[in-house]
Design a protein around this ligand. Structure first.
Ligand code: ADP
Ligand code: MG
Length: 267
């Protein structure tokens, strides 16, 4: 059994560093205030907080899809494609709550899109897209259109698309919130396996205590709006995680600890 992610937490430079971040929107809402957060290489960091506390805003800032009104966001991702982009064009892959697929394109076409934007040669796209579809468990559905797929399958396409450009950092914004519990558990396990196999760094937004403890190596608990980090919990359980972990006393204990911190954060 291996330990999740490389054991570099304390020594390696963060891949993203937020300092004193504030995000105020026109109209007067301050979504984030004084947010300090590091994303470390190889970790699975979950952002857990009440609805409306600024989790999606924080993720967009990490991705470079928005700029903070105060404070700094530094990214250190020395990849080949540069930073930014939606759905996996670049060193950051982004999975939104809605799968946001092109309805007229096939599964293959949707997964290929970021590679086409990057100008990847055709033959290479074909190979890579085939591998990705296989890896997310959609072999046989290459030619299907989004309307022919279940919610869970659409989310798998969305994940494959986000992974297409081989990002170092994968950001997911409550990706499974709309799915039934069994599908959700299966996708969680598949995503964990991908994270492990690919040496990815993951930032995962959720409001589920159970899910955050099951998936993460570290959980940052955010206060009610304006969001800032009010607590942190490390989850040391080894990978691969599964039913043994979910049924363990350690898991229950961590869930209780995180729940209490979240309740405190919402006060
Ligand atoms: P969460 O993802 O934690 O539910 P969000 O980051 O989506 O929270 O939103 C935090 C707050 O900022 C909410 O009150 C939301 O209404 C507000 N907000 C988010 N985006 C915008 C925007 N583009 N313009 C104005 N207000 C926004
Ligand atoms: Mg959100």
């Amino acid at each position: 059994m291996s330990t999740p992610g490389p054991d570099t937490e304390s020594i390696a430079e963060p891949v993203v560093r937020l300092r004193g971040v504030e995000q105020r929107f026109a109209g007067g809402v301050t979504a984030l205030a004084a947010l300090d957060l590091d994303v470390r290489p190889g970790e699975w960091l979950s952002l857990l907080g009440p609805s409306g506390c600024g989790k999606s805003t924080a993720l967009r800032l990490i991705a470079g899809l928005a700029r903070p009104t105060a404070g700094s966001v530094e990214r250190r991702l020395q990849g080949t494609h540069g930073v930014g982009g939606i759905g996996g064009v670049g060193d950051i892959g982004f999975v939104f709550q809605e799968p946001t697929l092109m309805p007229w394109a096939t599964v293959e076409g949707n997964v290929a899109l970021p590679l086409q934007i990057l100008g990847t040669p055709r033959a290479e796209i074909r190979t890579r897209v085939g591998e990705l579809i296989e890896r997310v468990g959609l072999a046989g559905f290459e030619r299907a259109r989004p309307r022919e797929l279940s919610g869970g399958m659409k989310m798998r396409v969305s994940i494959a698309r986000a992974l297409a450009a081989a990002p170092r950092l994968l950001l997911l914004d409550e990706p499974f919130a709309a799915l039934d519990e069994i599908t959700r558990a299966r996708l969680n396990d598949d995503l964990l396996a991908l994270w492990q196999a690919q040496g990815l760094t993951v930032v995962y937004v959720t409001h589920s205590v159970w899910e955050s403890v099951y998936l993460s190596t570290r959980i940052a608990i955010l206060s009610s709006r304006p969001g800032r980090v009010v607590g942190e919990v490390k989850v040391d359980a080894p990978a691969p995680r599964g039913a043994d972990f979910r049924d363990s006393t350690a898991y229950l204990h961590l869930c209780r600890q995180v729940s209490e911190m979240l309740a405190e954060a919402m006060r």
